[in-house]
Write a protein that binds this ligand. Structure first.
Ligand code: ADP
Length: 416
């Protein structure tokens, strides 16, 4: 009793316990088969009762001397009270203890602790009613927890879609700012050539008045060339704006037959303009190898465009990072290719950037994983791309990379 309910030193327990002690505590997993297990249980019990201000009193139930007077049985009810979350709680474990007299001393050879089940009435000896009540309580608690879990899951889903939206807006904003800058270039050509042409018309009118027909002819040839240039640069600006608009449109979520060669080409140009506008000195050798046999594929074009833009922009950033860190004659290169086989379509985006070390490779598809400086990477690009390909299109997004040589991201889509 001193050991279990007061503060008799645990290390002295072997002095009162039989070496082969066996006993049951009040809990289902408290089955003691050695002094060591008994000591562990005591240590746990003392730790758990710390700060509970436990008060103990003993109510003897029975006491029997057995055998030749060298075995005794004690049965007692212990009344324990303690502070639990502000309330005074009372429990009454029943303890039976058997001691044996060996070599002039009593040793505990067995003990058994139990709690009385609250039972209702004489007929409920198995405490069925009590258990029913507990079950109902448990069910209620489970229902409450389930509701709480449902709510937090919904919150999580809402937060997730907000994050995805924010990431999309961030990358679009970045792209838009860059590309607006890039459109300035063809627009400057349009403005300059139209001003020059206006002056030429003035000169032409003078030449007409002077009757210098040869001069008029020469000027009209120049004018024709200027108009061609204006048209060419106007179309360039037009195509940049068009593809930008296409990518800023919200995804319809609808599969549409799409020419993936065109989409890749467009995204390559768009990503290039975006990158160039951010990094003025950026240069890269861009290669394309589009399978001419590629048939139209059912994809969600805006989503697929996002994935391609993401992968190509990552490739540009990778080669740029290598270019900045490596002097000498490093030539950045990014290649996009498509390939159709009997049962799948593959798009690969290859770069000769720094590559991805094995330990980083394991994490790149995790949301929020980024190796880029704060403010430059969200770490969401690849995880969203992975979901778009795997969940949205039933395909696969994989990476092959050799540190120091470069990386290749491969999208494979099943051929329907
Ligand atoms: P972010 O670009 O915002 O960092 P991503 O999910 O697109 O987020 O990419 C996660 C990480 O994967 C990057 O920070 C980078 O470490 C690595 N990574 C992605 N593409 C490449 C690549 N082409 N070459 C090397 N590392 C890459």
């Amino acid at each position: 009793k001193q050991l279990c309910f007061y503060d008799y030193p645990i290390e002295k327990s072997a002095g009162v316990l039989d070496a082969d002690i066996m006993g049951y505590g009040t809990h289902i997993d408290e089955e003691i088969k050695s002094i060591k297990e008994f000591n562990d249980l005591l240590a746990l019990q003392r730790k758990a009762s710390f700060g509970l201000d436990m008060q103990v009193s003993e109510v003897p139930v029975t006491k029997k001397v057995l055998g030749n007077g060298d075995v005794v049985l004690f049965v007692e009810e212990m009344q324990l009270s303690m502070n639990v979350e502000g309330d005074r709680v009372h429990i009454c474990p029943r303890i039976s203890t058997i001691l044996e007299y060996q070599n002039d001393q009593w040793f505990v050879v067995h003990f058994h602790g139990s709690f009385a089940q609250g039972s209702e009435g004489d007929e409920d000896t198995w405490s069925v009613n009590e258990m029913k009540k507990r079950n109902e309580e448990l069910e209620r608690t489970v229902a409450e927890r389930t509701q709480e879990l449902k709510e937090s899951l919904e919150n999580l889903k809402a937060t997730q879609s907000q994050l995805i939206h924010a990431e999309k807006m961030a990358s679009l904003g970045e792209l838009t700012a860059g590309i607006a800058h890039e459109i300035q270039n063809p627009l400057n050509f349009v403005n300059n050539f139209s001003e020059v042409s206006n002056e030429l018309i003035g000169e032409m009118q003078e030449a007409l008045e002077d009757g210098e027909l040869e001069e008029v002819k020469a000027i009209s040839v120049d004018l024709g060339q200027n108009l061609e240039k204006i048209n060419h640069h106007g179309k360039r600006a037009d195509s940049i704006v068009k593809s930008m608009l296409q990518h800023s449109r919200n995804s319809t979520g609808q599969m549409e037959p799409t020419d993936l060669n065109d989409l890749c080409d467009e995204c390559l140009r768009l990503a290039y303009h975006g990158m160039r506008a951010r990094e003025k000195a950026f240069n890269v050798e861009m290669g394309t190898s589009f399978d001419p046999k590629l048939e139209q594929v059912d994809v969600i074009p805006q989503d697929m465009g996002r994935v391609l833009l993401n992968l190509i922009s990552n490739a540009f950033q990778a080669v740029h990072a290598r270019q900045v860190s490596e002097s000498g004659n490093y030539q950045p290169m990014v290649a996009v290719s498509t390939q159709q086989s009997d049962n799948e379509i593959r798009i690969s985006i290859q770069d000769n950037g720094p590559g991805i070390p094995e330990d980083v490779k394991k994490k790149i598809f995790q949301p929020f994983f980024t190796t880029k400086p704060t403010g430059q990477g969200t770490g969401l690009g690849l995880s969203i791309s992975h979901d778009i390909i795997a969940i949205g299109h039933g395909g696969k997004l994989t990476v092959e990379s050799e540190p120091g040589k470069g990386s290749t991201f491969i999208i494979s889509l099943p051929k329907k």
